[in-house]
Design a protein around this ligand. Structure first.
Ligand code: GTP
Length: 438
């Protein structure tokens, strides 16, 4: 037998995780895109097409929901890991759109783990039916079948991408998954039962198309690292939407903390040499759930408008508020960032003063980390520190020294509180609107 790489001996390649430290929409897409330049491979490790990364390259905007953002860079390997839930119809549509733009989306560039769970048409139906039934108490899901797909994974009745190569097995598994679901559809949701053969027929064309893309993602990561290539792990959503550690139940249905990069792709945590926390210079949240620093007046509207805070996936207006260091401390504790990419600093220009939440008051006590009782964030009172704002437009600034003093002080205050360097400062959507600090 020849030499084979082991995770204990990963070569000189590094695993670099990029994850959101707030409630998603921190601008991870741009940071992944930036760091992809020096990486060999880019992996998605959780979530599904509920993510929406907006990439702006040379003024042209592209939104990808499922495809790893690295696809826009020639020669980078793109991987969809086992922790993702994959809607094959959406992926095929995305492949077609990208191909029409001249982007190479061949099996040489994209591999899907055979262990990746598949979002089936019945998952989407179930998602929609549930949100309708919940009426006033909606979680605010994107209705794309993500949650029901993860449920089936845990219930061990999920369809996995590897099943695409075996239509007979696929047929059996669909029939099995529909036994319980058809009861729900007909008895609880007043919907017609689904015919397993019709579901199979719907899925087969896209399933067959994706067979050449199936592979062993874990092995590709291992070999890439062993050959000295860096592997980028592209997180979706954000820490406080994590199924365990987020503001439960207003969370997404996967783990979004950095540790999931290992489990969701099939590599050892010891290869994750760099963890970049993407932090937006203020806070936003889409949909329901507690938000202690939310702003309701003119400043909130200013951030919403200036920051273009509309969801990339749903188009929903994002709620806006001041930066919350309590939530960021919790993020740092959970994901251990080596450095921070601070985004949208340019949006804060024009404010006379800027507030930062440095603690919470809750049940007569002061907290530096969020109280862990479920729903506590609904009742905490933020403690603010006020800093001077700045007038200058930052969008053309490319060096730290050229930033106004007040902006530098704002960044330094974040670094001091989180004991982590802001190595990347983003002052606009384009790649060129970035300050890299050595
Ligand atoms: P999720 O994975 O869904 O959380 O998405 P995301 O973290 O990639 O964020 P998303 O792309 O939804 O939102 C970021 C938006 O801000 C996009 O429209 C970006 O083009 C834009 N953007 C990114 N960085 C900056 C920045 O520094 N300044 C400004 N003004 N816009 C930025």
């Amino acid at each position: 037998m020849g030499e084979f790489p082991t995770q204990q001996n990963p070569g000189s390649g590094r695993g670099i995780v990029i994850h959101g430290a707030q409630w998603g929409d921190e601008g991870k897409g741009k940071i992944v895109d930036l760091l992809t330049e020096s990486a060999k491979a880019v992996v998605r490790f959780q979530g599904g097409n509920n993510a929406g990364h907006t990439l702006v390259v040379g003024g042209e905007k592209t939104i990808v929901h499922l495809m790893p953002s690295g696809i826009l860079h020639d020669g980078k390997t793109c991987l969809i890991g086992n922790g993702v839930v994959l809607d094959p119809e959406v992926l095929c549509r995305e492949m077609d759109t990208l191909a029409a733009q001249g982007v190479d989306v061949t099996p040489e560039r994209l591999t899907i783990s055979k262990k990746t769970q598949v979002i089936m048409p019945y998952h989407r139906l179930l998602d929609g039916a549930r949100e309708t039934l919940l009426a006033g108490a909606k979680i605010g899901t994107t209705g794309r079948g993500i949650g029901p797909c993860y449920e089936d994974k845990m219930a061990r009745i999920g369809i996995r991408a590897g099943d695409f190569a075996y239509p007979e097995l696929l047929a059996k598994k669909i029939a099995k998954a529909l036994v319980e679901k058809n009861t729900l559809f007909t008895k609880l949701y007043d919907m017609p039962a689904l015919d397993p053969d019709a579901v199979l027929e719907q899925i087969l064309p896209v399933a067959k198309r994706l067979v050449p893309y199936l592979g062993d993602v874990s092995s590709i990561i291992q070999k890439t690292l062993a050959a000295g290539g860096d592997v980028l792990f592209e997180g979706a959503q954000g820490t406080h939407l994590d199924i365990d550690h987020g503001t439960y139940p207003f969370v997404t249905s996967s783990n979004t903390v950095s540790g999931q990069a290992a489990a969701g792709s099939g590599c050892a945590p010891s290869v994750l040499g760099r963890v970049v926390a993407v932090v937006k210079a203020y806070t936003t949240r889409v949909g329901s759930g507690p938000f202690p620093t939310e702003l309701f007046g003119t400043v909130g509207d200013y951030l919403q408008e200036k920051g273009g805070e509309f969801g990339a996936t749903t188009g929903r207006k994002r709620r806006c508020g001041w930066l919350d260091l309590v939530l960021l401390r919790e993020s740092a504790r959970l994901s251990g960032p080596t450095d921070i990419a601070l985004t949208k600093l340019d949006v804060l220009s024009g404010l006379f003063e800027i507030k930062i939440c440095i603690g919470y008051r809750y049940k007569g006590k002061v907290y530096e980390y969020p109280p862990q009782d479920e729903g506590a964030l609904e009742f905490v009172e933020p403690i603010y520190e006020t800093m001077p704002g700045w007038e200058e437009d930052l969008s053309g600034i490319t060096t730290w020294e050229d930033l106004p003093l007040a902006a530098r002080e704002y960044v330094s205050r974040i670094e001091q509180s989180l004991k982590t360097t802001c190595s990347i400062l983003s002052v606009g959507p384009d790649r060129r609107q970035t300050i890299i600090r050595g």
